[in-house]
Design a protein around this ligand. Structure first.
Ligand code: BDP
Length: 718
């Protein structure tokens, strides 16, 4: 009926009620007849022997995709019918067909190829391992989802990063720290008995983009997670994940031996402590034989750690690594540390604490470093630790959940942010030492490699709150698989797979997505400003915050605005944080002639009248960016309005409403920040700009209650 009405209304719609639950695995019917007929012709039969759980899952996915897109189910066959058979399996499961795969695809890669087998032309999807086949099948389906020709295929692909992990900041009480899409998807009370379909769909979605690990609980961890009661529940999740090639990891609290084991200390060099961890780890592996390992936030924001007992990060990480090594588990040890008792610039502290330990960590330890040196700000220069520890495995930590990017209300496509960091040249091993290459282990082949994304997933029907926030989960997976992929290509695929192949929609909305992060930088923190959001909740503007729990949680610590100017001097005459970068980078950013506008106030304190490249004064430039940011949200809304009828009504309306809220919030950011900084610059706002609706006092007094993302257990917040 719904479809009929839409057809009558002449809408080019391909779905009725669509709440976005299916993510990019919509598998909508291919309405374009010639394309569908050509595909159908080539996929009449399949040879897909599937005995293992992973191969069965791959086969079920293929059938689901083909049924959805083409209303067809290739017939199982044993013989090859020329041009019409699709052959799928590992070199072993396809024994008898003498399938050969290139070594270059490694253990997790795959081959999708038009091949002559037994003198007959067919489509071959193969790999060395079951999980490789699973990835191959998802990528084959992607070809159809994005309407690629399949008559002449030759795709060999493999992941460039070993550990491609989602970090959930989920608490045991089901709140999600910095989560804006409902509650935790892990229903602890009902586990292990009830396996929610969501767990399976979560694992499918991850596998479809090559994510192969999930840390299921908050880095501000509860020791209870290691109790037998929870391990039984966790085992049930691991059983679901395994089918899709995903390993389960846990965040652990360093003081667990005290809290759970009733020991007097958690000193990593104490024998009883070491034994406690070794026993606990043996126990975990009895529940989950392929358990991935631990993620640890230690001596950071109030969390206990080895330094609590006079030991070092290396002592702590290596103790856990020793206990995990016999089981092939790893330790992801976070470098997000800073101490309010250290008077030094917060941006320097992680480097200062970790660099001296280069080469001192065990082989199965990987240091997890946030993309920038402060904390997931809308824009940060790359973290100086990348490249500074050539003998230590380092993994990237990106944040998908939009803690500092307007929560799940603002459309912010993060791939350009990821790419900006990944393609930054650290120069630590000469020109071309990009963060991406460092992460891929290009400069030290012995090291393990990884990339983590702090998940933006919750119980909302559409998983991520904003329909476009799904793109960040998707893009993270794609970039963890291959950090050099283009943001634009990923956006294009995601739009087609999630919404429609309509060329007008894809090209217009791809532009919107690619511009969206810069818009947000402009209306929140232009020209290198950072950490000026509302205290604790991190919601809305708060450049005036000057009384937080510790100095380096104050906005005033970061922008340093006064009557003379604005910005954090991190050059040699200031905190000298620049000295942590390789010399070419240091010189480039230190010199005002070459420092890009994007990082200007991150590294320099400049007078309000400082003349910018544009010819404007710094004050005028700042105002210009704030107004441009809010205005571009308005433009984005106008473009979206034109998309009516091109996609399903539900998501169209939802995005339209969200964009209106985003515009209101962007305007608040703009007005609050311009008014606040104007109190220092004492300079006028150009005549052409609309006046703020309210005085500064109004913005300063705005109060927000029950803001999402806070209220968990074991909670320390900045
Ligand atoms: C900050 C968050 C805080 C996290 C912390 C972390 O505000 O909730 O616990 O990062 O990464 O961005 O540990």
């Amino acid at each position: 009926m719904c479809l009929l009405i839409m057809l009558l209304l002449g809408m080019v719609n391909n779905a009725c009620a669509d709440e976005g639950y299916k993510l990019w695995l919509e598998y909508n019917k291919i309405a374009d007849r010639p394309a569908a007929a050509v595909y159908k012709q080539q996929l009449k039969y399949m040879i897909f022997p599937a005995e293992s759980d992973q191969l069965k899952a791959a086969k079920a996915e293929l059938i689901k995709g083909l049924e959805g897109m083409l209303s067809m189910h290739p017939a199982d066959t044993k013989s090859i019918t020329g041009g019409q058979t699709i052959i799928i399996g590992t070199t072993q499961s396809l024994k008898g067909l003498a399938v050969i795969v290139p070594d270059s695809i490694g253990n997790q890669g795959y081959l999708i190829k038009t091949a002559l087998i037994n003198q007959k032309k067919c489509i071959l999807i193969t790999a060395k391992t079951d999980v490789g086949v699973l990835y191959g099948v998802f990528n084959f389906l992607k070809l159809l989802q994005t309407r690629q020709p399949i008559n002449k295929l030759n795709i060999a692909d493999r992941p460039r990063i070993m550990y491609r992990v989602l970090d959930h900041w989920d608490n045991l009480n089901r709140t999600v720290e910095r989560g804006y899409a409902g509650s935790s998807i892990w229903n602890w009370h009902r586990l292990p008995g009830i396996i929610d379909q969501r767990y399976i769909d979560y694992a499918r979605a991850n596998a479809s983009v090559g994510i192969n690990g999930s840390v299921i609980n908050n880095v501000n961890a509860d020791a209870l997670i290691l109790s037998p009661q929870y391990l039984t529940k966790i085992q049930a999740l691991a059983n679901v994940f395994r089918v899709y090639g995903i390993k389960l990891y846990l965040s652990v609290k360093f003081s667990s031996p005290v809290e759970l084991g009733h020991l007097k200390t958690a000193d990593p060099l104490n024998d009883d402590v070491r034994k406690w961890w070794a026993d606990k780890i043996d126990e975990i592996y009895r529940y989950i034989p392929d358990f991935g390992g631990f993620l640890v936030k230690a001596n950071s924001e109030g969390q206990p750690g080895p330094q609590t007992y006079g030991r070092t990060h290396a002592d702590g990480a290596n103790m856990l690594a020793d206990a995990l090594a016999p089981h092939h588990g790893i330790v992801m040890w976070r470098a997000f540390v800073y101490d309010n008792n250290v008077p030094d610039d917060r941006s320097k502290q992680a480097y200062n604490e970790f660099k001296p330990f280069d080469g001192k960590f065990k082989d199965n330890v990987i240091i997890q470093v946030k993309n920038g040196p402060i904390d997931f700000q809308p824009r940060e220069p790359f973290h100086p630790l990348f490249g500074a520890m050539p003998n230590t495995a380092l993994m990237m930590e990106f944040q998908l959940t939009q803690e500092y990017l307007g929560f799940s209300t603002h459309l912010v496509y993060e791939a350009p942010l990821f790419a900006e960091t990944l393609q930054s040249d650290t120069y630590t091993a000469g020109k071309g030492s990009t963060v991406s290459r460092i992460l891929q282990g290009s400069f030290n082949k012995k090291l393990i490699t990884g990339m983590a994304g702090v998940a933006n997933i919750g119980t909302d029907l559409n998983w991520c709150g904003h329909p476009f926030a799904q793109a960040n989960w998707y893009a993270f997976g794609r970039m963890a698989w291959n950090p050099d992929q283009s943001s634009s290509a990923i956006a294009g695929d995601w739009l087609k797979m999630t919404f429609t192949n309509d060329a007008g929609f894809v090209s217009s909305i791809k532009k919107v997505m690619l511009q969206s992060r810069e818009n947000t930088v402009n209306y929140m923190t232009p020209l290198g400003l950072h950490h000026i959001m509302g205290v604790s909740t991190h919601y809305g503007p708060g450049p005036w915050v000057d009384n937080a729990g510790r100095p380096d949680w104050n906005a005033t610590y970061y922008h340093k605005a006064d009557s003379a100017g604005i910005g954090f001097n991190r050059t040699g005459t200031g905190s000298n944080a620049l000295s942590q970068y390789a010399q070419p980078v240091q010189l480039h950013w230190e010199n005002l002639q070459t420092c890009p506008d994007e990082y200007l106030l991150w590294f320099h304190h400049l007078s309000w009248t400082y003349k910018m490249r544009s010819g404007r004064s710094l004050w005028d430039e700042l105002v210009y960016h704030y107004y441009m940011g809010a205005d571009s949200v308005k433009q984005m809304g106008l473009i979206w309005d034109k998309m009516q009828g091109k996609i399903d009504v539900e998501r169209f309306n939802q995005v339209q409403q969200l964009m209106k809220v985003q515009l209101t919030e962007a305007t608040t950011w703009r007005d609050a920040c311009v008014l606040y900084f104007q109190a220092f610059s004492k300079m006028p706002v150009g005549a052409g700009y609309p006046k703020p609706e309210h005085p500064l006092s109004y913005y300063k007094e705005m109060k927000f209650y029950y803001v999402p993302g806070i209220g968990g257990n074991n909670y320390m917040t900045n």
